[in-house]
Design a protein around this ligand. Structure first.
Ligand SMILES: C[S@@+](CC[C@H](N)C(=O)[O-])C[C@H]1O[C@@H](n2cnc3c(N)ncnc32)[C@H](O)[C@@H]1O
Length: 349
């Protein structure tokens, strides 16, 4: 089997947090070079199955090649994880024992010439994970208003010089390449002082905006909770505080029995917890891992477990009377989804 050149981050911790069982079904929503996916397949053997998703067709090809040895136990789909529920229903891949998101971009994408993710090499300002998508970084840089550019750079790059950079970008248009943009940013806020290049935050901001990374993450995480069987694990490895905040906020809400505002004396929301948070404190890589793989530097891992609510339990036992082949332990929610949306079962191959 050919080994992926991307070194998977927090591999041991991810596999541990997913609590992988032989014969289990897992989804890798960001399959990339297939590093985490291969480890999941090793641990879930015999009988494990994996659905891998990636928006980038080059990553899909790399994952298909790297995971070819697992044959029809692995299905790799070229799609956006924001369509997670629809993908799972199309392939009848639910409920699942574990779902992984290893966010951001891979070393393969960063190193790939012509994708425009990095200012280490000159390339057109592209930054799309999915080359079929219309919006590119060049569109944002050359067409957006100064205030909109400043907002993107401030919000998604957490850059305090966002207005100064936006003004320089407007003055420097048209800006067609990564090095051209890096020079404009450097001209706006001065040369590198420490380890971090001055254009790092602006590049992060543009990549997040081009790929709607935060919006897609929020959509997908909500869907992932629905797809997990009881005791199923949800694991997210994020690389900056914006992603981590989204995960933390959604999980805090999903792990509470009441989400009424604090000034409401008696609960009116009827909300019941569907997740149990496994680690309150994020798991970060060891010094040795960061030394071996600097890309791991900012990684933070969060894990949660699907729990059954009282209503779900009641409904699942009612349904057991006519759904004879259902595991008495659960799996109600996905069946409901399938019924509601009228999606037919397709063989998993
Ligand atoms: C950090 S890499 C994953 C690496 C992988 N875990 C491995 O071990 O090789 C992140 C991957 O997620 C993909 N990705 C990012 N956002 C996505 C989205 N919304 N939908 C599908 N794939 C996405 C990227 O194309 C990239 O290949």
């Amino acid at each position: 089997m050919s080994l992926p050149t991307h070194i998977p981050v927090l591999l041991k911790e991810t596999v541990g947090a997913l609590s992988i069982q032989p014969g289990g079904r897992y989804i890798d929503c960001t399959v990339g070079g297939g590093g985490h996916a291969a480890a999941i397949m090793e641990r879930s053997s015999p009988g494990g199955q994996l659905l891998g998703i990636d928006a980038d067709p080059e990553a899909v090809k790399a994952a298909r090649d790297g995971l070819a040895a697992y044959g029809s136990s692995v299905l790799i789909v070229n799609d956006n994880f924001a369509n997670l529920e629809a993908i799972c229903m199309k392939h009848d891949f639910l409920p699942v024992n574990g779902i992984l998101f290893d966010l951001g971009l891979s070393s393969l994408q960063l190193a790939s010439s012509g994708r425009g993710f990095s200012f280490q090499q000159d390339a057109p300002l592209d930054m799309r994970f999915d080359p079929g998508q219309k919006l590119t970084a060049a569109d944002i840089v050359n067409d957006y208003s100064e205030s909109e550019l400043a907002r993107i750079i401030r919000e998604y790059g957490e850059e305090s010089y966002s207005h100064r950079i936006a003004r320089r970008i407007i003055a420097g248009r048209p800006i067609k390449t990564t090095l051209g943009l890096a020079r404009v940013v450097e001209g706006a806020i001065g040369p590198r002082k420490g380890r971090i290049h001055p254009a790092t935050r602006t590049f992060q901001a543009l990549r997040i905006a081009v790929n709607n990374e935060l919006g897609n993450l929020e959509t997908a995480i909500k869907q992932a909770v629905n797809l997990l069987g009881y005791d199923g694990r949800l694991v997210v490895v994020s690389y900056h505080s914006l992603e981590d905040r989204i995960v933390k906020r959604l999980w805090q809400r999903e792990s509470k029995d009441c989400i009424c505002p604090l000034d409401v004396p008696v609960c009116r929301c009827q909300h019941t917890a569907r997740l149990r948070i496994i680690n309150r404190k994020v798991i970060t890589p060891s010094v040795a891992e960061v030394e071996a793989n600097p890309r791991a530097r900012s990684a933070r891992l969060r894990a949660a477990e699907r729990i059954i609510t009282e209503d779900e339990w009641r409904e699942s036992t009612e349904r057991l009377s006519f759904l004879g082949d259902i595991n008495p332990g659960g799996w109600r929610k996905p069946i409901i989804l399938r019924e509601v949306l009228g999606v037919s079962s397709a063989p998993f191959q």
